[in-house]
Design a binder for this molecule. Structure first.
Ligand SMILES: *[C@@H]1O[C@H](CO)[C@@H](O)[C@H](O)[C@H]1NC(C)=O
Ligand SMILES: *[C@@H]1O[C@H](CO)[C@@H](O)[C@H](O)[C@H]1NC(C)=O
Ligand SMILES: *[C@@H]1O[C@H](CO)[C@@H](O)[C@H](O)[C@H]1NC(C)=O
Ligand SMILES: *[C@@H]1O[C@H](CO)[C@@H](O)[C@H](O)[C@H]1NC(C)=O
Ligand SMILES: *[C@@H]1O[C@H](CO)[C@@H](O)[C@H](O)[C@H]1NC(C)=O
Ligand SMILES: *[C@@H]1O[C@H](CO)[C@@H](O)[C@H](O)[C@H]1NC(C)=O
Length: 395
């Protein structure tokens, strides 16, 4: 009787999936975007005659607040690793790899994370030897530069451009800028963003790019978003012209489309992200290091996510498609019957960023469960590790 009952219990447990209480964390690999930076484009003055906010650092640098916020993320991740008995105190040097792109904002983000997560542990940030150039591992370019491949990619980008309709976003942005009174309107007759054409630029060794209103709008909205995160007074964030979340959603659609057209590509993303995806799979195959943090850019998040082929997902409480300071966390878990993969997108909300909130296990950043198309997850979010490893066609 008791045996039948136990067998039944086991069956129930099995049908429910994995017993998450008995799972042990074995390996963690984080792909992260850098934290809050100054706007990437410094020369925006011609797009509005209004006074643009002043930034302390030159274009594209991690801000002091960005450093602080990344420290909070590091602390939070360390708390989580400790709570899972994964890493307590200073880790063994061989157990940890922190690797960043050569840009100051990615290096500084990695340093802020390391110094906070592994405080006084002397964990150094690794990077490509030549700090003057973009690390080829992170450089989001087409590697297959045959005409056939470039044509395929160009065609997909063109189709995406055709499907896109940003008319309402451009009109709202032109209103915020008062574009009609700007220098660019007076001198170059660019007075209406929505009436201009976009051009695809595909050059060997360069990022897939789009020039025109999409690129201009993206640079301007990026500067608004960063000034909002940075905590500038409302009057200095888009001159106080953005008052509702609907307005933020409308104009940040421009940044979403810019990312979508350039890097969220059916075939192109696999080619663009190939070096990073291979690097990641090599770490999964080796089973070491235990903990890896890779710090790159939104273009890396986008192309890697697309290359792995995840089910569509939404990231609530954010304007950006790949939030600043956001992290995709690949986790390998195990129990007596096997090993499993769980993937989560962990990111600070716009409010947490603007208010400079500390995050912790009690007040965590936002967490969204991801599912690979090729590795169906259980109710609790795990898929078999062996299925995941089969997706590695890059070996
Ligand atoms: C610029 O630096 C000053 C002094 O360090 C600081 O008070 C101010 O908040 C900084 N502004 C920005 C936008 O970072
Ligand atoms: C910190 O690590 C570096 C390189 O790993 C090493 O050269 C240095 O001696 C270490 N410093 C301390 C204080 O342990
Ligand atoms: C490059 O892309 C083309 C077109 O998709 C393909 O036929 C070719 O096999 C690719 N070359 C390599 C080395 O992957
Ligand atoms: C784009 O959207 C606007 C406003 O929503 C609409 O008026 C216009 O017809 C759309 N254009 C195309 C080509 O679909
Ligand atoms: C993309 O094109 C725009 C417009 O020509 C240019 O300003 C920008 O630097 C280019 N971006 C990259 C990453 O090449
Ligand atoms: C990427 O493209 C797919 C469709 O091709 C879409 O479902 C998904 O939402 C896009 N992702 C982003 C972040 O725009």
């Amino acid at each position: 009787m008791a045996a039948t009952f136990m067998a039944l219990l086991c069956l129930v447990a099995l049908s429910k999936g994995i017993d998450i209480d008995s799972l042990k964390l074995e390996q963690v690999l984080i792909l992260s975007r850098h934290n809050v930076r100054t706007p990437l484009t410094a020369k925006l003055e011609s797009y509005s005659s209004k006074l643009w906010p002043k930034w302390n650092a030159s274009a594209g640098y991690l801000t002091e607040k960005g450093t602080r916020l990344e420290g909070y993320m590091g602390k939070y991740i360390a708390e989580w690793l400790d709570s899972e008995d994964f890493i307590e105190g200073c880790p063994n040097k061989d157990d940890v790899l922190i690797y960043a792109n050569t840009k100051p904002r990615t290096l500084d983000t990695a340093k802020a994370f390391a110094e906070s997560a592994f405080q006084s542990c002397n964990i150094t940030v690794q990077h490509y030897e030549n700090i003057e150039i973009f690390d080829p591992l992170f450089l989001p370019i087409l590697h297959n530069t045959t005409e056939a491949n470039k044509n395929q990619v160009r065609e997909e980008m063109e189709n995406k451009l055709k499907e896109m309709n940003l008319t309402d976003s451009y009109i709202e942005l032109s209103r915020i800028l008062n574009l009609r009174t700007s220098d660019i309107c007076k001198k170059l007759y660019l007075c209406e963003l929505h009436l201009r054409r976009n051009e695809i630029i595909l050059e060997d060794g360069e990022e897939p790019n789009v020039s025109g209103p999409l690129d201009i709008g993206n640079s301007i909205v990026d500067s608004f978003i960063m000034s909002y995160y940075e905590g500038m007074p409302t009057s200095e964030v888009a001159w106080g012209q953005i008052k509702t979340d609907q307005q933020w959603d409308l104009i940040s659609k421009i940044c979403k489309e810019n990312q979508n057209i350039r890097f969220n590509l059916t075939k192109g993303a696999k080619d663009i992200a190939r070096p990073l995806v291979k690097y990641m799979f090599d770490i999964f195959k080796a089973g070491t290091p235990k903990f890896t943090l890779l710090v790159g850019h939104d273009s890396n998040m986008n192309s890697v996510i697309r290359a792995f082929d995840f089910q569509p997902f939404v990231l609530p409480e954010q304007f950006e498609p790949f939030p600043i300071g956001g992290k995709v966390i690949f986790q390998k878990w195990s129990d007596v019957s096997g090993q499993y993969l769980k993937v989560e997108y962990v990111y600070p909300t716009t409010k947490q960023l603007r208010d400079g909130e500390r995050v912790s296990l009690l007040q965590p950043p936002k967490k969204v469960l991801l599912e690979l198309k090729g590795c169906e997850i259980s109710k609790s979010g795990y898929c078999p590790w062996t299925e995941f490893m089969k997706l590695n066609e890059y070996a």
